[in-house]
Each structure stands twice: as C-alpha cells, then as structure tokens.
Design a protein around this ligand. Structure first.
Ligand SMILES: C[S@@+](CC[C@H](N)C(=O)[O-])C[C@H]1O[C@@H](n2cnc3c(N)ncnc32)[C@H](O)[C@@H]1O
Length: 229
C-alpha cells in the first residue's frame, strides 16, 4: 500500500485528491478497508484507506475531472443508478455516500452476479436485476423518492429511458445525469446531432438542462448532460 498525501476536494462532496487541483488524482475513502473491486490502488493517508479512482475507467470520475459547476452530491442522498455493470463506479459512489442508498439496476445476469459479489459487504448498495426501460418493474424495491438518477446504459433511446425513470422516481428538483454515448444511439448520424436530439427529449419532458460536459478527454464519444426535474 502506497503512502501519499491525500486531501479533500475543495468543491466535490466526499471526493479526495492528491497533486495539483488543475490536474488531480481522484480517490474515494474505502468503505470496506482492504477490499479492492477492480484493479484500483489502495492508498493509506494519515491512517485512512482510499481507493484510487481512474477517469478512464469511470465516467463519473471523468465528469469530476472536467470541473462541473453543478453540485449533485450531498450527504445521505438516495440514488438510482441505471447500468451498474459489475460496480466499478457504483462502489465509488457507495464510498462517497456512506449514509445514502444506491439502487443499482443492471439487466445482464453475468454483470449482476459480479455486482453482487463486489458489493455484498456494502450496506448502501441495493442491486436490482431489471431492465431500465421498464421502471415500473422494479417499483416494489424502490419505495422512496430519489434525489439523483445516474444513467450510463449505453442504449439507443437513452434520454427516453432517463425521462421514464425520472418521471417515476425522481423528486421535484432532483438531478438527472445522463451519460450519452453517441455511437450507441445511432452510429450514422453525427455525434453533435445525437447530443442535440437527446437534449431535446429531456427539455420537452420538463427537465431543465443545467450543464453539458464533454468528457471526450477520458471517454471517446461521450458527453454528459446534467438536468433538473
Ligand atoms: C457502459 S456500461 C456501464 C458502466 C458502469 N456505469 C460503470 O461506470 O462502472 C453499460 C451497462 O448498462 C447495462 N445495460 C444496458 N442496457 C440496459 C438496460 N436496458 N437495463 C439495465 N441495464 C442495461 C449493460 O449491461 C452494461 O453493463
């Protein structure tokens, strides 16, 4: 385990950094000390264990590397995470929100098996094997209003899926983060048009776009929209 000086990010709730603020390394405080989820590094600083957080592996980390002006993380919030995969990003979110809840939806059984293995010691993650296109199907598991929806399903009709889930679960003024991969929606149309169309779907459904963040520097062909209900 390395010894590096780690400090709080000055702007982002419960995220930690080392190095210069203009180009930091990101970390989250490990909720399950000694346990790794993928090939992240475990680092101790002043007796506390952190997990390194690679923006090439996690689009949420890529968002933070691009200095978002919207503050969407707060103590104890309830999140609905669509497209959880095996939990790379979900577990970092779990580190950030020890008093919150993350409902982690994933429809691929294999990924779900890994997700369950990776998160069984984390009491703030509830894995849900379901298709995000049909939010009503998992309503018997989520019995609370949601503060934040994070969507990374890499599907056509991404915005429509967000809106369906947002309309069903998100509280008024709740935040929606939509990760758009242009090629998974329509490989023929130009990326810019894809982003515009997805944006329009959100706006016409009553979501106010607060910010659009280009994360091409870490994830090719990806743009992120942050919206409020
Ligand atoms: C790009 S990966 C997600 C990576 C993950 N967010 C992370 O950062 O660790 C997309 C995931 O969405 C899942 N997915 C795609 N369509 C879905 C759907 N309709 N419902 C639930 N999960 C879906 C895929 O199986 C895949 O695991």
């Amino acid at each position: 385990m390395n010894n590096i000086k780690i400090r709080k990010h000055p702007k982002i709730y419960n995220v930690f950094i080392s190095g210069p603020l203009s180009n930091p390394r990101l970390y989250t405080r490990n909720l399950v000390p000694g346990r790794k989820i993928y090939d992240e590094k475990l680092i101790k600083s002043e007796g506390i264990e952190y997990r390194s957080w690679d923006p090439e592996r996690s689009k949420l980390a890529a968002i933070f590397m691009n200095d978002p002006s919207t503050n969407f993380l707060k103590k104890g919030i309830k999140c609905l995470y669509l497209g959880a995969a095996s939990g790379t990003t979900v577990t970092h979110l779990s580190d950030i929100l020890p008093n919150g809840i993350i409902y982690a939806v994933e429809f691929a059984e294999r990924s779900m098996r890994q997700l369950i293995q990776n998160t069984s010691e984390r009491k703030n993650i509830i894995p849900i094997l379901a298709d995000a296109r049909h939010p009503v199907d998992f309503a018997n598991i989520i019995f609370t209003d949601i503060d934040l929806i994070y969507q990374d399903v890499a599907q056509p009709t991404q915005a429509e899926i967000s809106v369906k889930n947002g309309d069903y679960y998100l509280k008024e003024k709740g935040k929606l983060i939509l990760v758009i991969k242009s090629q998974s929606i329509d490989s023929v149309s130009k990326s810019e048009q894809v982003y515009k169309d997805e944006r329009k779907v959100l706006e016409e459904s009553g979501y106010l776009i607060q910010e659009s963040i280009n994360i091409h520097n870490f994830a090719k062909n990806h743009i992120v929209l942050i919206a409020e209900k």
